[in-house]
Design a protein around this ligand. Structure first.
Ligand SMILES: Cc1cc2nc3c(=O)[nH]c(=O)nc-3n(C[C@H](O)[C@H](O)[C@H](O)COP(=O)(O)OP(=O)(O)OC[C@H]3O[C@@H](n4cnc5c(N)ncnc54)[C@H](O)[C@@H]3O)c2cc1C
Length: 368
């Protein structure tokens, strides 16, 4: 077949907003999703029953960019069904089970190679989110610490620990507490963050506040740092989290902490940006010191950012990157080549808004 105007990699909110816009503008397109469902990234990372909030980034328009993807505080399962129906109404087909792993440039076209085949297109939108969980950075971390909440009922009857200071951790704390309260289980949910303050959006805070008022047994541990993973005398893998550390004399420290079986711990400390994936696809990245001019702390490599122009186009003309894949920041290059670090919020709103913007740019390029 002829080349598609655009191949969209990932059927999250960013990729789907792009597909809806492409359909509206009459572009030919293909949506490639590695999972078994649309919104697989959301299905994999949200706790069951979590409400999906229509959070608007600071300073953005109050009008949600893509009405078909606008959440209405409904549980995630209802949200996924709603979006599925909306896509069907637009007659948009998503190719599932297509893991894109290579991009080949041929003159003015690209081949997107997936686990199932290869697709020729004039432009590519990389909307693959981010899916590599960050390390806890403790000795003996092992694979025993969970990264997501599949089934809150598995935690009933045991005190549980959620590590992380953001929205995702807060959602899990609320979901666990709700499940324990419903089961009349008195065991606590400990919520630990290495800093003194949690960073959550107002909708998430409201949900959590409601859970506490309803009797949720949530215990907050500020400045609590995961210290060590170890196996106890009974062969149970445990995680020690430090909550108090004082120097007494001669370099001796008194250390107080709590130790949890790792199977009762969920570490929700975010995902790593997909720098490695961008690099594998041959796209240009830049280290933070090159943007800010500040040297990274000795021994540390500065974070790497994808370089994008004002239309979210990468250094390869015709390849665009959007959504969570470019959050929390990317290196923006303006028309005269100046670089800046651009913050980018990791929200459905932002991903959808990016998808629309990029497809409009592709349609404009095609029509000139
Ligand atoms: C726990 C949690 C709660 C959140 N709650 C909210 C909320 O209430 N409201 C809100 O606005 N935002 C929320 N967010 C953020 C929001 O979910 C993301 O900003 C949004 O999903 C980003 O959309 P995206 O399309 O960029 O990426 P994703 O949603 O991650 O979608 C990327 C898709 O690409 C697919 N993919 C990955 N690699 C490949 C590949 N190689 N080939 C083909 N397909 C691939 C993935 O399977 C996935 O389906 C939350 C995030 C988390 C983790």
């Amino acid at each position: 077949m002829d080349a598609y105007d655009v191949a969209i990699v990932g059927a999250g909110p960013g990729g789907l907003a792009a597909a809806i816009k492409a359909k509206e503008l009459g572009l030919s397109f293909v949506v490639l999703e590695k999972g078994e469902s649309i919104l697989q990234g959301i299905i994999d990372t949200y706790p069951g029953g979590k409400k999906v909030y229509p959070t608007i980034p600071k300073g953005a328009s109050e009008i949600f960019p893509s009405p078909d993807l606008e959440p209405a505080n409904e549980p995630v399962e209802v949200y996924v069904d709603k979006v599925r129906n909306n896509l069907a109404a637009h007659d948009i087909d998503v190719r599932l089970g297509e893991d894109a792993h290579e991009l080949i440039q041929e003159e003015k076209r690209f081949q997107v190679v997936t686990s199932q085949g290869s697709y020729t297109c004039a432009s590519v939108i990389l909307a693959f989110g981010k899916s590599i969980p960050r390390d806890l950075g403790i000795y003996g971390e092992a694979t025993h610490v969970r990264r997501r909440l599949d089934d809150p009922d598995q935690f009933i009857g045991n005190a549980s620990l959620v590590i992380g200071g953001g929205n995702a951790a807060a959602d899990i704390v609320a979901a666990l507490s709700r499940a324990k309260r419903t089961a009349e289980d008195g065991s606590s949910v400990y919520w630990a963050h290495r800093r003194g303050q949690f960073r959550v959006d107002k909708e998430v805070a409201r949900d959590l506040g409601e859970e506490i008022l309803l009797g949720g047994n949530i215990r907050i541990l500020h400045e609590a740092i995961p210290r060590i993973g170890e196996m106890d005398a009974n062969g149970v893998n445990r995680l020690l989290i430090g909550i108090h550390d004082v120097e007494v004399a001669d370099g001796i420290r008194v250390h107080r902490g709590l130790s949890f079986p790792m199977q009762h711990v969920i570490a929700c400390i975010g995902m790593q940006g997909p720098a490695a994936v961008f690099e594998k696809l041959g796209l240009e990245l830049i280290t933070s010191d090159k943007i800010t001019g500040k040297k990274p702390k000795s021994g540390k490599q500065g974070a790497r950012f994808i370089m994008l122009d004002s239309q979210l186009q990468t250094s390869t003309e015709g390849i665009y990157a959007i959504g969570a894949a470019i959050s929390p920041a990317y290196a923006s290059v303006d028309d005269v080549g100046s670089l800046a670090r651009s913050k980018h919020s990791d929200l459905i709103y932002s991903a959808a808004s990016d998808g629309i913007k990029v497809v409009e740019a592709i349609a404009e390029r095609r029509n000139v």
